[in-house]
Design a protein around this ligand. Structure first.
Ligand SMILES: Cc1cc2nc3c(=O)[nH]c(=O)nc-3n(C[C@H](O)[C@H](O)[C@H](O)COP(=O)(O)OP(=O)(O)OC[C@H]3O[C@@H](n4cnc5c(N)ncnc54)[C@H](O)[C@@H]3O)c2cc1C
Length: 416
């Protein structure tokens, strides 16, 4: 069923009893051409583009819980593309280019809101590296600009640009085309569109093993709902990727860490854009419901917990209150965590694996929501054609043996 004003009117006359299920919930078939492990945004987007761009529709997305219940439904939804290195700029710009038309393409309101993403500079060192970043971005055609404190306050009035501020603001970088989107809607929109094209989305189906034949090629997966055959398997499981790849004997350069976020009680619109500070390591935006959405740093130790340490939350809230004293009396509603998959260079991995038929898309760590459409689009190309798309090629696994790292960790120190 297509969503439209007319459909809404028709349904309202019928008491909204005629809406269909958003995606089918079939029993798993014995075999598929492609099995995607992980029903987060990246896995679902991959399945959608396999079907819509490459005509590969005999595809299953296997999700151990509910779709979007991993990091896709737990993130703070910051979207931007102002990464430092050439390869990253191409990758994240590819994704950013897809966001504006995505609601119409999927016929699902993703609430994409390009309200601007601002990165604050509090020290002279911040000013130097942020300006270098802006110049590099502009050479890549990314709309990142440098603002002096007065210009920054004009764009984001809650900023305290007085000299007595605990963290004085010496300037800011602003990417106006960045912003936010509704995370659940991204998972649901891709699931609905993929399902309509014939993709089977199978929830409550945990992958427990990866089967291989005598030549070493993959032949399918063992799951909590029985064996499922497939000659191509794409693992897109964020913080669980290393455990799944271990089932095929592949050791991944990944560490899984908890990363947390929290939201306040809802208030009237008072915060117009996304503001991030690397120096104090906190960032904030306001959701369409009115909640302040606040992100913290990753826990320092590896863990599969989806909660995380209280000290990280405390640090983030303290920093936000120092930067925006007007929020000091607001009550926080809830906090949660996700398990993020960190690579040594904090850049993702989109790659084949040395095992015929086994592909992996992971390592998006603390910043992969923004890349969801681009990641799915590029990974679908890889799975359908057997070779990496030129934009994805630098992000192969072998960079950890050749040394051609894309070190966004050193470049930005934060990657939300
Ligand atoms: C608190 C927090 C804030 C963040 N903020 C931002 C942000 O502002 N901007 C941004 O760009 N990114 C952000 N991120 C990162 C972003 O959320 C992720 O990079 C992105 O959502 C990863 O999507 P995914 O589809 O790869 O993973 P997921 O959504 O985690 O999907 C992986 C799925 O695999 C499933 N799975 C695992 N094991 C198995 C198995 N054995 N069998 C079957 N299924 C399995 C899981 O249940 C899960 O649903 C944040 C993350 C967190 C946790």
């Amino acid at each position: 069923m297509k969503f439209s004003g007319l459909a809404l009117l028709r349904q309202s006359l019928g008491g909204h009893r005629g809406w269909d299920r958003q995606w089918r919930s079939p029993e798993p078939k014995a075999a598929y051409d492609v099995v995607i492990v992980g029903g987060g945004g990246h896995g679902l987007a991959t399945a959608y583009y396999l079907a819509s761009v490459h005509g590969v529709t005999n595809v299953a997305v296997l999700e151990r819980g509910w779709i979007g219940g991993g990091n896709t439904g737990r993130n703070t939804t910051v979207i931007r593309s102002n990464y430092l290195f050439d390869e990253s700029a191409a990758l994240y710009n590819h994704a950013l280019d897809l966001w504006p038309g995505l609601s119409a393409e999927l016929n699902y309101n993703l609430m994409f809101s390009p309200r601007g993403v601002m990165l604050l500079a509090h020290t002279l060192h911040d000013v130097h590296i942020t300006k270098r970043h802006v110049h590099s971005n502009r050479l890549h055609g990314i709309d990142n600009v440098w603002l002096d404190p007065v210009e920054a306050k004009a764009f984001c009035p809650p900023l305290d640009i007085s000299e007595r501020a605990r963290y004085p603001i010496l300037g800011a970088a602003l990417q106006k085309s960045g912003g936010t989107a509704r995370h659940d809607a991204v998972a649901w929109g891709y699931a609905r569109a993929a399902s309509a094209l014939g993709v089977d989305i199978i929830e409550n189906c945990a992958v427990l093993g990866i089967g291989r034949d005598a030549t070493g090629s993959v032949v399918g997966v063992e799951t909590s709902r029985g064996p499922i055959g497939a000659r191509k398997i794409g693992v897109v499981a964020a913080g669980a990727t290393s455990t799944i790849m271990d089932m095929a004997g592949v050791r991944m350069p990944l560490e899984s860490h908890p990363l947390q976020a929290l939201v306040s009680e809802p208030v009237k619109p008072c915060f117009p854009c996304v503001v991030m500070s690397n120096t104090v390591h906190a960032y904030i935006s306001q959701s369409d419901k009115g909640e302040l959405v606040i992100g913290a740093g990753a826990d320092q130790y590896p863990s599969y917990s989806q909660t995380g340490g209280v000290h990280q939350l405390t640090l983030a809230v303290e920093a936000i209150c120092e930067m925006f004293p007007m929020f000091g009396r607001m009550r926080m509603l809830r906090s949660w965590g996700g398990t993020v998959d960190l690579t040594p260079d904090r850049s993702p991995i989109l790659s084949d694996t040395g095992i015929a038929g086994l592909y992996v898309n992971c390592g998006w760590g603390t910043g992969g929501f923004k890349a969801t459409p681009g990641s799915g689009h590029l990974f679908a190309h890889h799975l359908a054609t057997g070779s990496a798309h030129p934009i994805a090629a630098p992000f192969s696994l072998d960079r950890y043996t050749t040394g051609r790292l894309i070190d966004e960790a050193a470049a930005a120190a934060v990657a939300h």
